[in-house]
Design a protein around this ligand. Sequence first.
Ligand code: SF4
Length: 259
Amino acid sequence: MEKPKRKSAASAVRDGSNAKRRPRRARRRSLYTPAEVHEIFRRFSIQRPEPRGELEHINAFTLLVAVVLSAQATDAGVNKATRPLFRIADTPEKMLALGEEKLGDYIRTIGLWRAKAKNVMALSEMLIRDYGGAVPDDRDELTKLPGVGRKTANVVLNMAFGQPTMAVDTHIFRIGNRIGLAPGKTPEEVEEGLIRAIPPEYMRHAHHWLILHGRYVCKARRPECERCVIADICKAAVKTNAIPAPLVEIKPEALPEPA
Ligand code: SF4
């Protein structure tokens, strides 16, 4: 009987049968049990039953533009610029009619405004040419648009189309790692960990709850653990208090300015 020939390393790689498999990336686990994660989000849902993003917009197109403009800029700064802009340009057609130069006049207070103006014009053109002027509700299609990365696409899918996505910004990345809810070295790892850990019934709003918690309570420099409703559950090394703050609904106007 003929002995089976040993495959060369190259052919083994080609046909996917490589005996020396690359070590699998170790998945970093959440420090919390499913019951604890459930309780964390139950409390967030009582604090803010209908959380909203702070970027002002009128429709899916203006949301997309606002998110593109918000890279490395504050929501307040973007809102100041887009309020008058969206009154005259709330569709891709109107944005193209406005033109890049006039758009620049509206947004020049926002960092990197020249590159962002170019992207807004190019994405408006592409929306008209390839999508009949509508914003697509699909991540792969969204990320084909100029200036739109995975995070921007996730924000639009969540806020405009109600999809249970997780856009990992600086606050969510910090919280995922600081409290060990979804540890990860990259935003994608934290995104995967959160989607795995968060109960499906809380996914629709989880993105906003985590951002608002990071912006107003679990702040970057000094977390305000004495104002935290999950202080008894939290396993962060930096925690300074273990008594949870009273669980009451927070009205948006009751929020202090973010630090
Ligand atoms: S207890 Fe402190 S560290 Fe933990 S989530 Fe609350 S604010 Fe953040």
